[in-house]
Design a protein around this ligand. Sequence first.
Ligand code: PEP
Ligand code: MN
Length: 295
Amino acid sequence: MRESWQERFAETPDVLAGPGRRRTIVPVLDFSVGGAEFITMAGPCSVETEHQLLSTAHHVRRAGARVLRGGAFKPRSSPYSFQGLGLEGLKLLAAAGEATGLAIVTEVMSECDVPLVADYADILQIGSRSMENYTLLEEAARTKRPILLKRGMMATIGDLFRSAQIILESGNPNVILCERGIRTFETTLRNTFDAASIALLKQITHLPVIADPSHACGDRGLVPALARIGVAAGADGLLVEVHPNPDDAWSDGDQSLDFAGFDAMMKSLDPFIELRRLQLETHAAVEVPIMQGEG
Ligand code: PEP
Ligand code: MN
């Protein structure tokens, strides 16, 4: 007989769903991630200017997003690429959050920056390249801010679970898992979107799961299709890159949607989100009960 998921992932028991264990719902401002509401997090890859960020924030808010994303500390593969605005970017994010009512998610790359980023962000993003930086995970966990944990581009599900377990063990129950594409032999697109992992994570863990279709493919023409696949696979939300003028973006322009593209994607998601809602209603009676994470 095949080993159970409990046996397979025995070293990370706190991550797994199981009898008597409730689904985690992560509270953020006036909404939560992992509950009935589907949560869209949208915004530019990098915070560039006040106008770029504010116009994007207002637009994505009107189109239904709850969270504004934007990098102030950027993990760039080249030392010659734009590295982010740092503190100035954090301030712009907080101001855009104030102006729109959107929550803020932004990446923290170094444990030294954790207290600073936690002062400005509602959700701390641990990037793909940092998923196995355990000191950073512990430091971020200690802030008690919700943690958006992105799967490393070369991380297995077991590796992702080890990182999630560290955050949970550090006393922070508010972990959101994010599938953002992995490296495989297929190099035509930026990454390979592992939609099966979303379905699996929703089945065997109690944590919310979101999909990042932007980094998963690197091509804005494919982002809406991947977003729909993510929702159909059971994702509780999306993390999507949006820019007022993607061709001029300082990072990840190729995969960023413009405003019209974002609107069209959101419309096309409606039936998939409705299906998710119906499925939640149907399964609520038989599935694990809901537990509100600690705010
Ligand atoms: C990002 O969200 O802009 C980002 C750098 O993501 P990842 O860590 O998944 O590459
Ligand atoms: Mn990006």
